[in-house]
Ligand binder design. Sequence first.
Ligand SMILES: [Zn+2]
Length: 384
Amino acid sequence: MSDPVKLARELIRRPSITPDDAGCQDHIAALLEAAGFQCESMPFGEVDNLWAVHGTSGPLFVFAGHTDVVPVGEENDWSHPPFAAELIDGVLWGRGAADMKGGLAAMITAALAFVAEHPDHPGRIAFLITSDEEGPARDGTRRVVETLAERGEQIEWCVVGEPSSRAEVGDTVRHGRRGSLGGRITIRGVQGHVAYPDNADNPIHRAVTALDELVQAQWDEGDADFPPTSFQISNFNGGTGADNVIPASAHVMCNFRYSPQCTPEQLQAATRAAFERAGAETEISWRDGGRPFITRSGPLVDAAREAVSNVRGAAPEFSTSGGTSDGRYIAPAGAQVIELGPTNATIHAVDERIPVQELEQLELMYRGILERLLAGHALTGSDQ
Ligand SMILES: [Zn+2]
């Protein structure tokens, strides 16, 4: 029987800095193929993607994850080499240990154990694995999901193994995400001498007026699942470098994190209107970073609640907090999506690491979800 710690170490030792997969997916495909999965490589551009399916008909359950990791930063700052996968006193060290080679390994060994025990399980179990989650995420999950849609595949349930947990594994399950809308705004004015403002038009003054209105605005009150929509200015610059010149233009970057109470179209219109009221001439370009989604109730949420509770002895909190993940590409077609994975204290940091116990508990949680959804029963008593 495979072991999530062994597999996580094998993956960490492949230095797959985004978007390089460094052989992780070949290794995973070999394991899955040996267990009867049909594996299909789906490269787009320089990105490797793997789609693997076990079973022939019925509802499609997908484990989603990524093999790429963020750069290590200053290697000398690490207490243990970032790609050595050292195991010390029950803790596995290395880049990707928590985000997300650990979660990936636990999903894979959970699925292997499940299909070994239920070779003729109803439904289908699939893996959607990309090497482009930490990068631009253009040629990864998004393209695979488009390809599946063209084939008429409908994903019923999806578990993303991203590090959702805070203090202990399984304390938090993400069941949705806010939307993200980024804006780049150029405000045009007329350059001139500060001593003769009547001959100029100060774009910074107009921008400040409009931005203050946007910062003060109450966009909505959120709801039981989502915090209120927020607007943040992430960059502001303007000026020629001289203190006696009114500049010709100013530049702003901003981002909305929004609840389903708002649409991106409303937020764009409100932004344009605020600058118009300030008399500013603007050019605005928008980037859709993902629409909000939520999986409120249903078989997947129930299965996750029970499986997590049985392993850790307490129900998880369901939350929509945090940044975006590839769930944003999977949910819009109607799939139920949750994120359940390791604790996130060291992700993207120097000295990324994961306690071995988390990997073992995660494997049991994933296994428990499969048992409930695809074998039609809960494990008796505790999943431990
Ligand atoms: Zn990740």
